[in-house]
Design a protein. Structure first.
Length: 242
């Protein structure tokens, strides 16, 4: 498991979630394929189970790679995260594996956007259609969003796990929120503050979700879980992209 994780993590550009039955989603998958010829996109294990036949030609690095959990404890934690946060397992797996692989999440189409919106702390709203260059640039910036915050996110998650203190969790949640606010400035080229027509990206704080909705003692003294509790940028790729 760990060997496969190590082989994939360096070259991953994003972890994807979509509903193949939604109209226009396959068009957007083809659009992504044409723009990620040299970088991999991750499919979660459950997504692969659902769509392996339909996505056969896109798997094994064209551009999708099937992800794996580096440790069994982290796979078990995904079940716990889904149950206590009360979200679909597919969404929980997207958020946990994006954190573990230090890679932005991507939702294609509108099926999963309402739940991501409900989980998010902030979003980057846009007022215009983005050019291909806009997409490429800001997808790359999203890579830096999760990477540059990752050490801080894991370190603060460790403090919560080790202290088992709800007061510590609240203080750290506020500091992570400040970090997210600072990060939004990266997107000044496309950020619309007036009346955004749609969201380009959401920020989901896995640690905040867990500490607000779950029993903190369930993760106490389990240091390995900190790697799954980062702040995850979730890019929204509309259906019917051409």
């Amino acid at each position: 498991m760990f060997a496969r994780y190590a082989a994939i993590v360096k070259n991953l550009r994003g972890v994807v979630l979509f509903n193949m039955d939604e109209e226009g989603v396959e068009d957007s998958i083809k659009w992504l394929v044409n723009r990620f010829r040299y970088r991999d996109l991750g499919l979660t294990p459950r997504m692969y189970q659902l769509y392996s036949q339909k996505l056969g030609k896109y798997i094994d690095g064209r551009p999708f790679r099937v992800l794996t959990y580096p440790l069994r404890e982290l796979e078990k934690f995904t079940n716990d995260f889904a149950e206590c946060v009360q979200i679909d397992y597919l969404v929980a797996e997207l958020l946990i594996l994006s954190s573990l692989y230090i890679s932005p999440a991507m939702i294609i189409g509108s099926t999963y956007e309402p739940v991501i919106r409900s989980l998010s702390s902030f979003n980057i709203g846009v007022c215009k259609e983005l050019s291909v260059n806009d997409w490429k640039l800001h997808m790359r910036i999203a890579d830096y969003s999760i990477l540059d915050m990752y050490e801080f996110a894991v370190t603060t998650a460790l403090k919560v796990v080790e202290s088992c203190s709800e007061e510590e969790a609240r203080m750290i949640s506020a500091s992570r929120e400040d970090a997210i606010k600072r990060d939004t400035k990266r997107y000044w080229r496309i950020l619309c503050k007036d009346k955004p027509s749609r969201a380009f990206m959401y920020y989901v704080d896995n640690l905040k979700l867990y500490t607000e909705r779950c029993k903190l003692e369930r993760i106490c003294k389990t240091d390995v879980l900190a790697a799954s509790l980062a702040v995850v940028p979730v890019i929204v790729v509309p259906a019917k992209m051409k």
